[in-house]
Write a protein that binds this ligand. Structure first.
Ligand SMILES: Nc1ncnc2c1ncn2[C@@H]1O[C@H](COP(=O)(O)OP(=O)(O)OP(=O)(O)O)[C@@H](O)[C@H]1O
Length: 354
């Protein structure tokens, strides 16, 4: 599909509007709100806040999406989570975003599901596409949000449609004159591009001495900065036309043990709040925390399995202790104790002594 001419003649209904930053009043508040959910990704949070602040001030290009950010990094480091938390802040709910899994559009014959089927094909009249126009359009007081997951997996035809979206803010559907308007939307892309190359590079240079590492930049085949490796792979992958349309390419850092511990603490705080709401006091100890870090975090998958680990390793035994506590009721105060035994968690709920 050829990109259509930029419909500059169509006035952008949102072009002159200025957003507040979602429900928040200042860039600082938005930063703090995102930081309370996303750990160890300051550069990414800064980029997201920057994009929204430019838009809130009315300084954006009205004929393009509000912002287009390419979020790059290894798996399980918070790229999708940032998109969800942005949706929570600007659109009131983490699920208020139109998410397109580009993996499903890897083959040409599925690529029509993005911009609709061409005239004469099934579904052409209905203009069926994967997009949810309401989530993309937003309204006069809040932007829409679109997330293209694993953008590098998409077929070249789909990437051409993306160029059209980023260039003109409008996607012309293949079937005819209908369009989907992205000019009131924040458009996010995620990608793992470069992660495999960084991992291979690290493997090759594992064990090299600190002296060798110091000399590295001056030797051919020397240890290179992983950010630079990712930047090179990303730039080589995309056509320059598309690459230059991203407002920012934001690199996510691999998570450290310290970040993993903070993510566990976020999960524990959430659970404590839920227990407190049913009158149960609980103070998790370091053994519980360490068990969750060890089971839920690894260098290959980041924190991808953390929520599931917390659910199966911790929430499940706690839930059983809560519902089987002999004098459990929702009015009297109870105390929960948790200990680690034989690699699992044992939970006990007792009535608090008043
Ligand atoms: N930086 C982080 N801060 C808080 N939670 C995180 C972070 N990174 C990962 N998580 C946790 O791990 C889960 C998976 O992360 P997420 O879906 O954001 O990964 P991703 O970077 O998008 O990976 P992929 O490239 O595989 O899609 C999240 O739901 C969240 O619970």
């Amino acid at each position: 599909m050829q990109p259509g001419p930029p419909p500059n003649s169509t006035p952008n209904p949102m072009g002159s509007s200025r957003f507040r930053l979602g429900r928040l009043r200042s860039p600082q508040e938005l930063t703090a709100a995102l930081q309370s959910h996303i750990v160890g990704q300051e550069a990414a949070i800064e980029a997201a806040v920057r994009a929204l602040t430019i838009s809130a001030a009315g300084l954006r290009d009205p004929n393009r999406p509000i912002a287009s950010l390419l979020l790059v990094g290894p798996t399980g480091v918070g790229k999708t989570e940032l998109a969800k938390q942005l949706a929570r802040q600007v659109a009131g709910d983490p699920d208020n975003l139109c998410r397109i899994d580009m993996n499903t559009l890897a083959q040409e014959h599925y690529s029509a599901s993005l911009a609709g089927a061409p005239p004469g094909y099934a579904g052409a009249k209905e203009g069926l596409t994967l997009f949810d126009p309401a989530l993309i359009a937003g309204n006069h007081s809040r932007p829409g949000l679109v997330l293209f997951d694993e953008v590098e997996k998409a077929h070249a035809t789909v990437l051409r449609s993306l160029l059209q979206i980023l260039d003109s803010g409008v996607l012309r559907l293949s079937a005819g004159n209908e369009t989907i308007d992205f000019r009131n939307a924040i458009v996010l892309f995620t990608s793992n591009l470069g992660s495999a190359e960084v991992a291979a590079h690290e493997r090759r240079h594992r064990g090299s001495s600190s002296l060798q590492r110091l000399a590295a930049p001056f030797r051919p085949g020397a240890r290179r900065d992983s950010q630079q490796i990712v930047a090179d792979v990303v730039e080589q992958f995309f056509d320059p036309e598309l690459y230059n349309r991203f407002d920012e390419v934001v690199q996510f850092a691999p998570l450290t043990q310290t970040s993993a511990a903070k993510i566990v603490d976020l999960e524990l705080a959430r659970l404590r709040n839920q227990l407190s709401a049913i009158h149960i006091d609980w103070m998790p100890d370091d053994d519980v925390r360490s068990l969750l870090i060890n089971k839920g975090f690894d260098s290959t998958y980041g924190a991808r399995h953390m929520k599931r680990t917390v659910r199966t390793t911790l929430s499940a035994p706690i839930a059983e202790a809560v519902v089987t506590a002999p004098d459990a009721d929702n009015r009297s105060r109870h105390t929960l104790s948790t200990t680690v035994a034989q690699g699992g968690i044992v939970a006990t709920v007792t009535r608090a002594v008043s």
